[in-house]
Write a protein that binds this ligand. Structure first.
Ligand code: PMV
Length: 359
């Protein structure tokens, strides 16, 4: 079988790490699970859009329970003209999502030297595209399931580089617990990978999520960060501040200092949103419940509960707190007008293969 037409430069960072391809794997299903992650030092802007290389580093916490379970099976028997079939949460994926998955599979096909179309089934336990970073767990799980189904073995670091091609934040979900993503300097992106800082059992914090809206976000993170980088006068200031935030977050994690980590997380999130708000046209993800929830957390903190907010490319509010404060934080947020639901998440493991198939 000949290889699909993929620009060889687009694969340079991955190809060097691929050993012998296991041809016998093709045709057998392979499954993986990944937890989503929430950035405490945000990623907001790319240095290369085609390779999905971030302009800055970022730092996150991978979560247990909230994530994606995916099964991939290539269909060599279907012939070169067959198309990929993608099922999300039990229904056929819309054209845009299916095309994004197919483009990602093209990379895996090129690495494996096959043109076989694939069946992909994926289930999310996070609301898809609602700003809860479902793409992070989705592409981390897909990276493991698809490479394994294609008979390609990659190191965790290269799986991170591959997952990054689907979604920048997905590179971090390959690892569990606290994770740092390095932007790298190489044009081919080989050094733009994540690494684990502290595993999920080492520090028992909680992330309380307050869902403040139903449905998909209005502006995709890709579009919003591109617009911010092109038009916001505050984006250069954002980029310049990130290394300091990363150093402070790393030190706080090493010292298990929740107040210090929370302070970094809050300022990183609010500065990211400030830079987006100054874009043209502006990007505003907050709704009234987002603002009310943030203010309620600040009131709780003033009354003595260590709790710190972060907000991603959507209206939901996530609160970093101690294990013994999580019930109080969740109950307080559930009371805020406009909050639909609250979830309490623990630190979770990195993406991993499983024998269980997603349906
Ligand atoms: O991975 P993407 O393209 O969905 O971008 C993620 C952007 C934020 O969630 C807002 C920040 C981050 O670092 O996860």
């Amino acid at each position: 079988m000949s290889e699909p037409a993929i620009d060889p430069d687009a694969l340079a960072e991955l190809r060097a790490g691929v050993g012998a391809v296991d041809r016998a794997a093709l045709g057998r299903p392979a499954s993986a699970r990944a937890g989503t992650n929430i950035a405490l030092v945000k990623y907001w802007g790319k240095r290369d859009a085609a390779l999905n290389l971030p302009a800055t580093g970022s730092l996150s916490l991978t979560l247990a329970d909230l994530g994606t379970h995916t099964t991939v099976r290539f269909r060599p028997e279907a012939g070169a003209e067959a198309a990929d079939r993608v099922t999300l949460d039990g229904a056929p994926a819309d054209a845009k999502a299916a095309a994004r998955v197919a483009r990602f599979l093209d990379l895996v096909r090129a690495l494996a030297g096959t043109r076989a179309a694939a069946d992909v089934s994926s289930r999310n336990s996070v609301p898809t595209a609602a700003g809860l970073a479902s793409s992070a767990s989705a592409f981390a799980a897909l990276a493991i399931a698809a490479t394994s189904a294609a008979g390609v073995r990659l190191s965790p670091s290269l799986l991170s580089a591959l997952a990054r091609r689907g979604s920048g934040s997905a590179a971090r979900s390959i690892f569990g617990g606290f994770v740092e993503m390095t932007p790298g300097e190489r044009p081919d992106g080989a050094d733009a990978v994540a690494r684990g800082l502290l595993d999920e059992s080492a520090w028992d914090v909680r992330l309380v999520v307050a869902l403040t809206a139903d449905g998909a976000k209005l502006v995709s993170s890709t579009e919003a960060m591109d617009r911010t980088a092109r038009t916001s006068p505050y984006h250069p200031a954002w980029v310049a501040a990130v290394p300091g935030d990363l150093a402070a977050a790393r030190a706080a994690i090493a010292a298990r200092d929740l107040d210090a980590l929370g302070a970094v997380a809050e300022r990183s999130a609010l500065r990211m949103h400030a830079s987006a708000l100054a874009a043209e046209p502006p990007v505003l993800y907050f709704n009234p419940a987002t603002v009310a929830a943030i203010q309620r957390v600040w009131a709780l903190r003033a009354a003595g509960t260590a709790a710190y907010v972060t907000v991603d490319a959507g209206p939901h509010v996530k609160v970093l707190c101690a294990e013994d404060g999580a019930t109080r934080v969740a109950a307080t947020l559930a009371d805020v007008p406009g909050v639909r639901r609250t979830l309490v998440a623990r630190p979770g493991p990195g993406a991993r293969a499983t024998d269980e198939e997603a349906t």
